[in-house]
Design a protein around this ligand. Structure first.
Ligand code: F6P
Length: 321
């Protein structure tokens, strides 16, 4: 294998740059050239490709976002779009592709390989941590830290004003971020899509916590919960008669300097992706399970469900007393 390409696709995630850097440098060590694709699959369709050498990825390991840019490409969803992409990649001498993204990106990568025979390896790059086949995704640890920092600040105001704060965190349909920040931020309640906790239970638990002497509460709501933080805030106000505030943390959770855990994860996986492609592995996502790099066929990453850590969920409830 003489030349491979790398792209980032879907939502940006802190650590994607560290993964790009690892792919470029690991490939250079193995005598393989790397082509960077701009704006995800859009760049494959438009032929927006350029060679990247080890110096092109200097000083990016600490940067959030992705130097390659990213996009959610509609044209790539059609066989015609994928055929165009494959033609451009072949014309550029690309013999394999590393796709850094989430499940939507892996769908595209899978069809590109099935229809056009382009060897692909996926790396889990999303703050949501919702991919089967890896304990952690690139960007998740940083997103949790960012959300936690915001929640710590909100707690200052909640405590000063004796208020209830309802805080919405990202995660698409998954509650991983919500659960981690609930534990780490000492939240009084957490609502995640994986467990349809009736709002009456939340209201009752806030009432009980007031009886136990608590004067303020932090309620974490995953964005995948019906109606999000706004609806939960309204129902809590109606149910308790107390004033509550809702805060949606939003896209600040996607940016910022990646944590060491994300940089290390991205570096290990980027290096492993090059070796995998060079040794003939294709059609898999590389992930970390119990600190070991494992391969999972791409379709399994979206067909199989990665549950939240139920032990953490139980722990969050108990410690909120
Ligand atoms: O998948 C990452 C993510 O940030 C989700 O948590 C969120 O639901 C979604 O992307 C937001 O997407 P967009 O940036 O397109 O609004």
């Amino acid at each position: 294998m003489k030349r491979i390409a790398v792209l980032t696709s879907g939502g940006d995630a802190p650590g994607m740059n560290a993964a790009i850097r690892a792919v470029v440098r690991s490939a250079a060590c193995q005598g393989i050239e790397v082509v960077g694709v701009r704006r995800g699959f859009t760049g494959t369709i438009e032929g927006d490709l350029r060679l990247l050498g080890p110096r092109d990825v200097a000083n990016i390991i600490q940067r959030g976002g992705t130097i390659l840019g990213t996009a959610r490409s509609h044209r790539f969803r059609s066989p015609e779009g994928r055929a165009q992409a494959a033609e451009n990649l072949r014309n550029f001498g690309v013999e394999g592709l590393v796709v850094i993204g989430g499940d939507g990106s892996f769908h595209g990568a899978h069809y590109l390989m099935e229809e056009q025979g382009i060897p692909v390896v996926g790396l889990p790059g999303t703050i949501d941590n919702d991919l089967y086949g890896t304990d952690y995704t690139i960007g998740y640890d940083t997103a949790v830290e960012t959300a936690l920092g915001a929640i710590d600040k909100l707690r200052d105001t909640a405590a000063s004003h004796d208020r209830i704060f309802v805080v919405e965190v990202m995660g698409r349909k998954a509650g991983h971020i919500a659960l981690d920040v609930a534990i780490a931020g000492g939240a009084e309640e957490v609502l995640i899509p994986e467990d349809n906790l009736p709002i009456e239970r939340v209201i009752e638990s806030i009432r009980q916590s007031i009886e136990r002497g608590k004067t303020s509460s932090i309620v974490i709501v995953a964005e995948g919960v019906d109606g999000g933080a706004m609806r939960v805030r309204d129902l809590i106000e109606q149910g308790t008669g107390l004033e509550a505030r809702a805060t949606i943390l939003g896209h600040i959770q996607r940016g910022g300097t990646p944590t060491s855990a994300d940089r290390i994860l991205a570096s290990r996986l980027g290096d492993a992706a090059v070796s995998a492609l060079a040794s003939g592995t294709r059609g898999v996502m590389l992930g970390i399970v119990n600190n070991r790099i494992v391969e999972t066929p791409l379709p399994e990453t979206w067909e199989r469900h990665k549950d939240v850590n139920r032990e953490l969920y139980r722990c969050a409830k108990i410690l909120a007393i």
